[in-house]
Design a protein around this ligand. Structure first.
Ligand SMILES: O=C(O)CCC(=O)C(=O)O
Ligand SMILES: [Fe+2]
Length: 183
């Protein structure tokens, strides 16, 4: 998983015209912060009165998700699409879902949007998912990438923050966390 996450991150940097080979990033690839979370959503007699997981964004850089194929009668993962509303992420056999997390939103100065998502439960079936959260080292300073901001004449929307600090801001302010580091 680590190798896959590293490759996806390097592809994202390439798409942003950021090589990812700056010296300060060497440590990133050696010692990333990672966590594997196993989620189980039991069936629920009345799904309209329960949520599997409340709407949230992930604190990670990216999250790689495997979901079981429970979509019958609704239920499962949904992402919020501005102007459209909640959209189901239908499981595709053999495919993984990659979510953009808060740290990629910060690094890319908002170019990659941290996806708001939630999980609905199913009336008859249990649903399982596995989420692999991939982030830079816990003490690594994350800020809008200078190369990106300078080349496009943008102003950095966020101040620099370590994952350690951002986790503690988020524990207190949840979905308002980004506004606490806004410039
Ligand atoms: O179960 C899912 O599909 C999503 C899980 C999730 O969003 C999370 O663990 O942060
Ligand atoms: Fe999540």
């Amino acid at each position: 998983m680590n190798i896959l996450a590293e490759q996806i991150t390097k592809l994202i940097f390439k798409s942003l015209d950021i090589s990812g080979e700056e010296e300060e990033m060497d440590q990133w690839w050696v010692d990333p912060s990672t966590a594997l979370q196993l989620n189980s959503y039991p069936s629920c007699p009345d799904p309209s009165r329960a949520l599997g997981l409340a709407p949230h964004t992930d604190t990670s850089l990216i999250t790689i998700l495997h979901q079981s194929s429970t979509t019958i009668n609704g239920g499962g993962l949904q992402v919020f699409n501005e102007g459209v509303g909640w959209v189901p992420v239908v499981p595709v056999s053999g495919a993984l879902v990659v979510n953009v997390g808060d740290l990629l939103h910060i690094l890319s100065n908002g170019r990659f949007i941290n996806v708001l998502h939630r999980v609905f439960v199913n009336q008859n079936l249990q649903r399982l998912s596995m989420a692999y959260f991939y982030s830079p080292p816990i003490g690594f300073k994350v800020a809008p990438l200078a190369k990106l901001v300078n080349s496009s004449g943008q102003v950095p929307r966020y101040r620099s923050v370590t994952l350690r600090e951002f986790i503690s801001i988020k524990a207190k302010s949840l979905d308002k966390a980004l506004s606490f580091i806004e410039n």
